[in-house]
Write a new protein. Structure first.
Length: 290
């Protein structure tokens, strides 16, 4: 069997009869979606489930009202519905106020965060509260620097609606606002630090989406292991092929047309691939405009 075709079959969640031991095609049931998980990228992270602060574990499930805190040398991401990324820089504290199929609300007490709302699992309202503002979006990329006195919100893609007291301001791509206690919302230009943060986070989002895509594929680890053994290939072969799709060396539409069946997992993998390609194009455009 052609190795590329085999990769397509594995990604689609359908394995030939010779591997599964059944006649015809063997359909792999999709596992339930993880609602909120913690990914520790660097250093040590703390979590408070309501009984006090304790050391967090990489990959742990999070729930409503959990508080998460990064230390001076640590960074982490909260992955919501296996697609939306909420990243915490060092010295950042947040809490999960609401997580549902229709709305997610995160409270940011202090520090710096980056949000990439891909909305791969459907359109959901997404809010980030700070001591001075509430930022509401539906699919976008933005960062927030906040403390008890002020909040800066800078937007990379899409539109963020920032509300504070009696004010409501839409912040568009490449715009920034600052809200200080007792003062009106102020619009300003992105500075070099903001642009550097945006570029760095886009790169990290690309890598994170690649990891999420491989996690979706790896849900079917038993059949994947059997296929690797029978057809003599490694994870790197899958990753190399996916990179070719990301870099448009292989036609995405051509791959999709060969899928014998499209499970929910496959649909998500396709959407993640398109997000990766979108991020790559946005980075190239941003670099050409600088």
């Amino acid at each position: 069997m052609n190795k590329i075709l085999l990769v397509i079959l594995i990604i689609s969640g359908v394995i030939a009869a010779g591997i599964a031991g059944f006649a015809g095609w063997f359909y792999i049931a999709d596992m339930s979606v993880k609602i909120a998980t913690l990914s520790i990228e660097k250093g040590q992270v703390q979590v408070n489930p309501g009984s006090g602060w304790m050391m967090a574990e990489d990959g742990m499930n999070l729930k409503i009202n959990d508080k998460i805190k990064t230390l001076a040398d640590s960074t982490a991401s909260i992955i919501l519905y296996e697609s939306d990324i909420f990243r915490l820089d060092p010295n950042t504290e947040v809490s999960l106020k609401e997580i549902s199929s229709s709305k997610t609300t995160v409270r940011q007490e202090s520090g710096s965060t980056w949000t990439k709302v891909a909305s791969l699992s459907g359109a959901r309202s997404y809010e980030v509260e700070t001591p001075t503002t509430v930022a509401t979006v539906r699919g976008t990329e933005f960062g927030i620097d906040a403390d008890a006195e002020k909040a800066d919100i800078f937007v990379s893609e899409g539109i963020v609606n920032a509300q504070s007291e009696q004010e409501s301001v839409d912040v568009k791509s490449d715009e920034k606002i600052r809200k200080k206690i007792g003062q009106k919302i102020e619009k300003m230009r992105l500075d070099e630090k903001d642009i550097a943060k945006i570029n760095a986070n886009k790169l990290r989002d690309i890598e994170r989406f690649k990891e999420l895509r491989m996690e979706i594929i790896s849900k079917h680890r038993n059949l994947l292991a059997a296929a690797k053994k029978s057809y003599k290939f490694e994870d790197k072969d899958i990753e190399d092929y996916l990179n070719k799709i990301d870099n448009e060396e292989v036609s995405e539409d051509e791959v999709i047309s060969k899928l014998p069946i499209r499970t929910p997992s496959v649909e998500k993998a396709i959407k993640i691939t398109r997000e990766i390609k979108k991020l790559k194009k946005a980075m190239l455009k941003r670099q050409s405009n600088q």
